[in-house]
Design a protein around this ligand. Sequence first.
Ligand SMILES: [Fe+2]
Ligand SMILES: [Fe+2]
Length: 242
Amino acid sequence: MQTRIAEIAAGLYRLSTFVPEVAAPAGFTFNQFLVLGDEPLLFHTGFRRMFPLVRDAVARILPPERLRWIAFGHYEADECGAMNEWLAVAPRAEVAHGQTACLVSLNDMADRAPRILADGEVLDIGGRRLRYLDTPHIPHGWEAGVMFEETTGTLLCGDLFTQAGDGPALTEGDVVGPAIAAEDLFRYSSLNPGMGATIRRLAALAPRTLALMHGPSFAGDGAAALGALAADYDRRVGAAMA
Ligand SMILES: [Fe+2]
Ligand SMILES: [Fe+2]
């Protein structure tokens, strides 16, 4: 396994590890995003067992001990399995997440106390601002949330738009169709009546880049893609309720 690095927006790096055994035969990518600033932030740590791979990839961009913030979509191994390894290697690093994640899991599971972010709160990392947004149960996990990097208009959207396969680092092509196909395959989302509204709230940010945890990053009309994804979840919820 190797971790590939691509700058998907100015000063925002995608670290991508393709694992052919997951969701075979297509395979599956696990992506972390390193956001540069005076206080660099890593969105997703990767699995605990993947830590050496991701640490070495980060080290090609900056000294790992400089990392200041660790954030992620929700509390699962691929999102934050290496959280404590990162806290050990970067002495000034803090985990930052929403109130639910901190109170339910991170206050106990993180080796240092996490920074609690309110819904809509901005984390200033020095030269950049990241807005944290609660997205409870979307696509899964009560504690789920996303971050919006305001300088480049990049939505760090976690498991939203998950797709199988190993595409390019950055695409201007369709990311909605592959996401719908992956939902049909994995059933990974917690279908709930609030899904469409929550995803449309993200569309209101009008992101220019969507940073997918599992799949290529998307450059283009993020609002349209999010609107189409919301419509598909409305359809699924409607069908489930019928
Ligand atoms: Fe997940
Ligand atoms: Fe994930």
